[in-house]
Design a protein around this ligand. Structure first.
Ligand code: ZN
Length: 479
């Protein structure tokens, strides 16, 4: 199948030079980009050539599909359930964990479909998912149905709190925690062997663990070593808040990233989710070991993780650390929309530092595309519009009010346009979102089913009750 999209008004290539073309055409051969360049050059090169499909790109802009570097698809039914005044640790242990523990395999499947639908509508074409509480095959089935690309895994932890918090049962602990690091790694290896490379390579499976207090040091270090042995990556939460860093300091005498580094746990196949509480010397450690970071602006805003107060993301990028953007999930961030993350990150550091020249639109677009692809170790195939890469892209409607008028396309994309201006989202050479709907499913039925399942899950987890704690001392001492 050979497709030509001709005379696009704007093309954001996000190549090494960050080229933005005015008047461009793109040629697709099945699932790959066969050619892209100025419209006149493409017209000359393909004069008289046959195409199976020719599309008019007038009043359209093209951009690489967004890469969500950190998401919890299994949690998508928890939208707007937890209060918005919780610190990260209370949020995790008293709200998110009970929710995780009570969702069923059916909930996960519909949650993944719902999350992927929101992503495709907002231009996301690939994700790094923290993984299933049951089996990565659940998310992969949703990817198969929708045509999405992504990385998933089996969510794993091995260090339950010494004392069970309200609402937790022994059964929950058995469901949520492996007995030890060895048992967790054995299961994670089996998942990678079974699912990595599924759906003709569109689905990948990593050695993902939850990270921080619910995981032993052995599991953190072991996950990355196992991932390296299997030729894949690992991702986990770390240094997610200043409270976590302080608890780590009290218990272990150092901040979280230093603790992992001292045990030989850093490496280029590790994506640290959040990395909000980081010291200057820890940036050097991450750069030295080529460890990646997934920064989640909405999650930081909503949970008060302190990206603007203590976050060192511009410094990380300056030091050569790859920083991708993530959404973290609908309960943490409120949405799975990378355009919102781009907008936030392209202004938050300017404002916090009173420095308009720091981390602007160009860096934000790179973080949402090519740098996310690098974090996912997939930049050989995605993250930019270049010959030979996969045909994963977004077509924007430039005739939309939010694009009217514009001179600098980059500023219009990052500061003016919302995902309402997305006309089509393509993955692997296929338009998965077009004509106002995700093509492969009945969105009305999906919304109905999701509302039903979500309401039941909230009640099962007891999160509708009045007495759910909003602070925590779990993990402060003991284990
Ligand atoms: Zn997360």
């Amino acid at each position: 199948m050979r497709t030509l999209i001709e005379n696009l008004d704007v093309a954001f290539l996000v190549n090494a030079r960050d080229d933005i073309l005015r008047g461009a055409s793109i040629v697709l051969e099945d699932d790959r980009i066969a050619d892209i360049g100025p419209a006149a050059d493409i017209a000359a090169r393909y004069e008289g050539a046959d195409f199976d499909l020719v599309m008019d790109g007038t009043a359209r802009g093209i951009c690489p599909g967004f890469v969500d570097s950190h998401v919890h698809l299994s949690e998508t039914l928890s939208r707007a359930v937890f209060p918005d005044n919780l610190n990260t640790r209370a949020w995790v242990f008293h709200w998110a964990k009970p929710f995780y523990a009570f969702i069923t395999e059916e909930d996960e499947y519909w949650g993944a479909l719902l999350g992927i639908t929101e992503m495709l509508r907002a231009g996301t074409t690939c994700f790094l998912d923290m993984g299933s509480q049951y089996d990565p095959g659940i998310t992969i089935r949703a990817m198969q149905e929708t045509g999405m690309r992504g990385i998933t895994g089996r969510h794993a932890a091995d260090n339950p709190p010494a004392e069970l918090p309200r609402g937790w049962t022994d059964e929950m602990v058995r469901h949520h925690f492996f007995p030890d690091a060895k048992a967790a790694l054995k299961e994670l290896q089996a998942c990678v062997e079974k699912y990595h490379g599924a759906l003709d390579g569109r689905a990948r499976c990593w050695v993902n663990i939850e990270g921080k207090e619910p995981c032993t040091l052995e599991l953190h270090v072991g996950a990355r070593a196992l991932a390296e042995k299997l030729g894949v990556g690992t991702t986990y939460h770390l240094a997610t808040s200043i409270e976590e860093a302080k608890v780590c300091e009290e218990k272990h005498g150092c901040w979280p990233i230093t603790r992992i580094a001292r045990s030989g746990g850093l490496g280029e196949n590790l994506v640290i989710a959040h990395g909000a509480a980081v010291k200057d010397e820890e940036i050097d450690l991450m750069a030295e070991h080529r460890t990646k970071v997934a920064f989640c602006p909405s999650s930081s805003y909503k949970l008060g993780k302190g990206a603007t107060a203590i976050g060192k993301y511009p410094e990380m990028v300056k030091a050569g650390v790859t920083v991708g953007l993530g959404t973290d999930g609908v309960s943490a961030a409120g949405n799975l929309n990378l355009m919102r993350q781009m907008f936030l990150v392209a202004g938050m550091f300017k404002d916090a530092r009173l420095q308009p020249s720091i981390f602007g639109a160009r860096e934000a677009l790179r973080a949402a595309t090519i740098d996310g692809a690098k974090a996912l170790m997939w930049d050989d195939e995605i993250g930019s519009l270049e010959v030979g890469k996969k045909a994963d892209f977004i077509l924007f409607d430039l005739d939309h009010i939010e694009w009217t008028p514009f001179h600098d396309p980059l500023q219009a994309l990052v500061y003016s346009a919302s995902s309402a201006t997305i006309a089509e989202t393509w993955v692997n050479g296929v338009p998965l979102y077009a004509g106002g709907k995700v093509q492969s499913l009945d969105e009305r039925q999906l919304r109905f089913k999701a509302r039903q399942l979500a309401a039941a899950a909230v009640v099962r987890a007891g999160l509708h009750q009045e007495d759910v704690p909003t602070t925590t001392t779990l993990y402060d001492s003991g284990n």
